[in-house]
Design a protein around this ligand. Sequence first.
Ligand SMILES: [Fe+2]
Length: 360
Amino acid sequence: MRRLILLVALIWPCHHTALRAQDVTLPMKPGSVRFAAFGDMGTGKSPQYEVARQLFRFHQKFRFNFVILLGDNIYGSKKARDMVKKFEEPYQPLLDAGVQFYASLGNHDDRDQRFYKYFGMKEQEYYSFKKENVRFFALESGYMDGAQLEWLEKGLAKSGADEWKICFFHHPLYSSAKFHGSSTELRGILEPLFVKYGVDVVFSGHDHVYERVKPQKGIHYFVEGAAGQLRAGDLRKSDLTAAGYDQDRSFLLVEISDDDLYFQAVSRTGETVDSGTFHRRVVIQGKRGLPDVPPLLERRHAGTVAHRAPRRRPPTIRLTWGQEREKGACLMCPPFLEPRHAGTFVRRTPRRNRRRSASP
Ligand SMILES: [Fe+2]
């Protein structure tokens, strides 16, 4: 009898832990908007497949309808057979279950992926869609030009005051990871718009960790770039960090019900590494108009940014990276991090009088 009690005592905690490891903490309220978010996954290697299997296990309990992809969706070769190996095979059970994917593009992705039938991009590098009371904006953070900013501002301005506004794109505006960290230049461009129009949440990848950032100017930021790739130990928890995880691959589950957002970050092995909820804030929308060119941008790239205001046409800001196709290059890292990018910032003149200005 004593042996039996001892055996039960030994087995029970393990069994109990195993059950808890795959518990869904999300409330699963009727009519809620449910989705998964992750990036940097498309390696075609076993960790990606293991994460995908875990994701499907959670899908059987938490029936999310769609996934937002945070860029670096396909690494390396991108031939048809690679797209099968690096996307269709690992996520086939989700595709079979009718889950829709919406991609944003990272620095390892081809722009032609906007035509890929499973990425839901409407053949556009940036686009938006709506699910119930949630408006999503998928941005192309590697090519943040004036046309995209203008499109984004119009879209944000048109969004209803009672809608959630969620942006997702590859390069994180805030990140405590050591390898890439915050894309401060991109932040200088986007954050004024986000604040002005009351963006609620931003999802990004690029750094191969999970991090939930403390709200910045009222906006919630998540980094989830570890659904295939991983930089173990890369997270340098800072004053920005609300929670983080860099010991294994992971993905993020999200549920929005009315004005509440619930989130759960899950590791490759099914462990919940972060979870919580927050309430949507009410923002009185600012006056419509074009964003200011941030001082940082003006100072660092003096003479390389066209900010024109013709009477009948909207102002344009055109930023083009000269070596954007360089394999493995980070488009938004500042020059002091990626010296090879120094001097590649070029200005394009309008089509009617196109000629390239010399690099600074
Ligand atoms: Fe990246």
